[in-house]
Unconditional design. Structure first.
Length: 239
């Protein structure tokens, strides 16, 4: 059996946190008042330009698979959304290089830093119809809140893209925090539930957590495209 479908057990997330981080509201407010302005990395700018060209050729509504890992989820989402262009983004060349078969014609994998890619996408006016965040690194130590997407300064850019947003995790607190932060930024209430993907896990991690008997959690929210969530000058990303 390949490593991709290994049934080796996975331990549940270990953390001293027993609920959403007390400092989350402050960090979210700081992200709203002081948007991320770090210069865009040239490799991500080049990757975005390539992705934009591919998307224009597709001529289809966009699905973003943010942090796609080895790209298995991108392949499966492309089959689930045959009328869409599915773009998988990950920063690891090693993960993206692993061979899991040919990509469907409506799928593309891109190596890029998500923090920069989201900002470029918003500045370019992209409006994904679906946006997936599948099993992001939980950074379970409480001191690492700022490394979780809900505690990162790029959060308003991420949410401003809009679309049907879906986050999956095996750590309930991560999903609860994200829902709290999403509500603080957008005023939208997300749906959070335990779920069972059945016989069609989207990622290797999802399969591993499932066979280990862990509860999987899913957040869903319907978001409008709202570039006004970030200051206009933060969208000026010219070289």
């Amino acid at each position: 059996m390949s490593a991709l479908y290994s049934h080796s057990p996975s331990r549940p997330i270990q953390s001293r946190q027993t609920g959403p981080h007390d400092d989350l509201p402050r960090r979210v407010q700081r992200a709203l008042q002081h948007p991320w302005r770090k210069p865009i990395a040239e490799h991500t700018r080049a990757a975005f330009d390539t992705a934009a060209g591919w998307l224009a050729e597709q001529g289809k509504p966009l699905v973003l698979d943010a942090g796609c890992g080895v790209g298995l989820s991108t392949r499966r989402l492309a089959l689930h959304h045959p009328g869409h262009a599915v773009l998988g983004i990950d920063r690891s060349a090693d993960r993206l290089s692993r061979d899991h078969g040919p990509l469907p014609a409506n799928a593309q994998l891109v190596r890029a830093d998500l923090v920069d890619f989201w900002r470029l996408a918003l500045a370019a006016g992209w409006q994904p119809e679906y946006h997936y965040l599948l099993y992001p690194n939980p950074y379970p130590k409480s001191v690492h809140l700022k490394l979780r997407w809900q505690g990162h300064p790029v959060l308003p850019h991420l949410l401003a893209l809009g679309g049907q947003l879906e986050l999956r995790s095996n750590w309930a607190i991560y999903v609860q925090e994200f829902g709290q932060a999403l509500g603080q930024v957008t005023g939208v209430s997300a749906t959070i539930e335990a779920f069972d993907p059945g016989g069609d896990p989207l990622t290797p991690f999802e399969r591993k957590y499932l066979v280990s008997g862990q509860t999987l959690w899913r957040l869903k929210a319907s978001l409008a495209w709202r570039p006004e969530l970030v200051p206009r000058d933060s969208l000026d990303l010219e070289r």
